[in-house]
Design a protein around this ligand. Structure first.
Ligand code: HEM
Length: 206
């Protein structure tokens, strides 16, 4: 299929990548502003924490969508995958900071009680645990140094997706249409990945 690639001329690529990060941080700046000016509703801490979590999820979805979009529609955004993945990681860090600093008000002695009361938090922590090595190795040096091991390591992103699916769907008492939309999207991405892996295995067996 004749696809299209959103690749700017080589000399602009650095600038375009910086632009992706700047645009990516706009929602965080917006929610900081809303929080600072008391415009986050009746439960500002909850709204702030949820907004950062939701943006982490959106950037994770965009990162996972890069391969299916290339394979199915021929759209090649592969150049932006690293920036999108790292943006997801930075939003998770902000989401965690909001949880520790605002939700728990830095009273870390209540952390385990809270985790016991809301076990879905454990899935979020496990997802973050898997995201850390991915973020640390999202650079050209690691790709060169690790070779094929890098590809294996970065398949952990699908484990992250499963953990986030559990974290996100168990975090709400009642699931809204938005929740179902994201849950369906994550499941679709995972099914697509599973189908692609199976096809590759069958091709090797032939
Ligand atoms: C150390 C890791 C994490 C902690 C401690 C954590 C904590 C939390 C908490 C406490 C909530 C409930 C907020 C509330 O309704 O009061 C929540 C919701 C949420 N978290 Fe996390 N989380 C973590 C990791 C993640 C990750 C890795 C993602 C996605 C990439 C994520 C995305 C979300 C989303 C989308 C929601 C629900 C927002 C909504 O219902 O609208 N979290 N998280």
């Amino acid at each position: 299929m004749q696809g299209f690639s959103l690749s700017p001329p080589r000399r602009w690529q650095g600038m375009v990548n910086v632009a992706v990060y700047i645009i990516g941080f706009i929602p965080a700046i917006w929610y900081f502003y809303l929080g600072a000016t008391n415009q986050l509703g009746a439960d500002p801490v909850k709204s702030f924490e949820q907004a950062l979590g939701l943006w982490a999820l959106r950037f994770l979805m965009l990162t996972l969508a890069i391969s299916p979009l290339r394979d199915i529609l021929g759209w090649n955004f592969i150049r932006y995958r690293r920036a999108l993945g790292l943006l997801s990681f930075y939003y998770v860090l902000m989401h965690l900071a909001a949880y520790l600093l605002l939700d728990l008000a830095m009273d870390f002695s209540t952390l385990w009680d809270d985790v016991a009361k809301r076990p879905f938090i454990m899935f979020g922590m496990a997802a973050l645990g898997l995201l850390v090595p991915l973020a640390l190795t999202s650079n050209n040096f690691s790709i060169r140094k690790m070779g094929r091991k890098w590809i294996w390591l970065h398949r952990l992103i699908y484990g992250v997706a499963v953990l986030v699916l559990l974290h996100f769907s168990l975090s709400a008492k009642v699931l809204s249409l938005d929740h179902y939309f994201y849950i369906a999207l994550i499941i679709l991405m995972l099914l697509y990945r599973g189908r692609r892996a199976l096809k590759r295995k069958l091709r090797k067996l032939k």
